[in-house]
Design a protein around this ligand. Structure first.
Ligand code: BES
Ligand code: ZN
Length: 409
């Protein structure tokens, strides 16, 4: 009897130990910087030297090491989580890497073409719309979004701010003159929903301009409170999009459809945008351009200096940004890189859609307070600077959505 009890206890305790061990070694599939993976001796299952991206399965400990290394060189997370794609069970990762390299090659070829888009014709109605951008509106949207203790996809109430924002947008859209739809998109990889507004195009409703940014926030700091106000990351880009919608919804109906996305669970690995971009590709949707606004309030390279991220974006759209800048913005544009799929533009780029990511500064000039309870409205955050990014979205909504231009490759 006693031995039987002992045996049972033994089984129970080893079973427990086994469960703990399993948890410790649970790995997830990621795309990460090849140099980080190599430096840390993490086995790489597939790689692409051209884009310096590797596919690996990482344990929590490996994840911590990658993050430590990334932080040292000024990156945030340093990897893109692919768990939600269930690539673990397929060999699709080879294709993922090859597709990325193809896109890169085409962009590089395009960059070598000597005569491209030279200028945008100045349109008075666009100039007028740009003067409507209100810094005090931006401030009040950011104030409201940061009043939630967290907008995290893994927080206690991951959809509280999403449904409250939907109510606010519905009220605002009461005065829209363009036909619209508003909805919450549910996901399989997260409990959090994406908020979606579609302004229907008149002549070419199947051609889509996507204007997006992530609405979720995160606190990754050790100690120092649990709140995730995410003022810069990314109440700022979210606010730019609200202000864009407010201004363009009463303008004449655009020829192309404009879709706004306030994405879910970006901070947990681009989950919301990855599902959406994948489903758009699967149903063959004709997405002409994707604008990603993520962090627009901290002028870390100077007021009116815009960082244009050159990785996971379209060379054609980066040119378009420069042309728009010459005609309407008169800011300074500097090219830089994240070095990894740092935001939702990477989800669209991976499906072959042209994406653009104008950032608050060059990579080194980024706000150092993000992902902590310190990411709040402060004198360092500059709403005049942030207003610029609203203007980028407005030009895309009023110029590109009324043209025939598309990526020529
Ligand atoms: N806003 C950041 C991305 C960012 C940070 C861009 C600093 C440029 C400079 C974004 O919300 C983020 O934190 N992304 C994650 C990666 C994602 C795949 C989880 C990151 O950078 O760690
Ligand atoms: Zn962000």
């Amino acid at each position: 009897m006693k031995t039987a009890m002992m045996a049972l206890l033994f089984v129970a305790s080893t079973a427990n130990a086994h469960v703990t061990a399993l948890e410790d070694f649970t790995s997830k599939p990621v795309l990460a910087d090849l140099r980080d993976l190599r430096a840390l001796n993490i086995p790489v299952f597939a790689k692409n030297e051209e884009v310096q991206v590797g596919y690996a399965h990482i344990t929590p400990l490996m994840q911590q090491r990658i993050q430590e290394r990334a932080h040292k060189v000024g990156k945030c997370g340093g990897f893109e989580d692919l768990s939600h794609e269930a690539l673990f069970f397929s060999t699709d990762f080879e294709k993922v890497l090859n597709d990325l390299a193809d896109i890169q090659t085409k962009n590089e070829l395009y960059e070598k073409v000597p005569f491209k888009l030279l200028a945008l014709n100045k349109k008075p109605e666009i100039e007028a719309a740009l003067t409507e951008v209100s810094e005090s509106n931006l401030r009040s949207y950011v104030q409201w979004l940061t009043s939630f203790p967290s907008r995290g996809s893994q927080s206690a109430e991951p959809n509280r701010h999403v449904s409250e924002m939907k109510v606010r947008l519905e009220a605002m859209l009461g005065s829209a003159t363009i036909p619209y739809e508003i909805s919450e998109i549910k996901h399989s990889g997260t409990k959090q929903n994406t908020l979606h507004v579609r302004l229907l195009g008149s002549e070419k409703p199947n051609e889509i301009i996507v204007l997006g940014g992530h609405l979720d926030s995160i606190n990754q700091s050790w100690g120092g409170g649990k709140n995730a106000p995410g003022a810069d990351d990314n109440a700022s880009g979210s606010a730019n999009l609200i202000e864009t919608l407010r201004i363009i919804m009463e303008k004449p109906q655009p020829k192309r459809t404009i879709e706004f996305f306030w994405y879910a669970a970006e901070e947990s690995g681009l989950i919301g945008s990855a599902e959406i971009a994948k489903s758009y590709k699967a149903s063959n949707k004709d997405v002409i351009a994707v604008l990603q606004l993520d962090m627009t309030l901290y002028p870390g390279s100077g007021e009116f200096v815009i960082g244009s991220m050159t990785d996971f974006t379209s060379a054609w759209l980066r040119d378009y940004l420069k042309a728009m800048n010459d005609t309407y913005l008169h800011a300074k544009i500097v090219d830089d890189k994240c070095g990894y799929g740092c935001s939702d533009h990477a989800s669209w780029n991976r499906q072959g859609y042209p994406a653009l990511m104008p950032f608050e500064a060059d990579f080194r000039g980024k706000n150092g307070s993000i992902h902590s309870s310190k990411d709040v409205i402060s004198p360092q955050l500059n709403f005049k600077h942030s207003a610029l990014y609203t203007k980028i979205a407005i030009v895309m909504a009023m110029d590109l959505a009324n043209s025939d231009a598309r990526q020529p490759y």
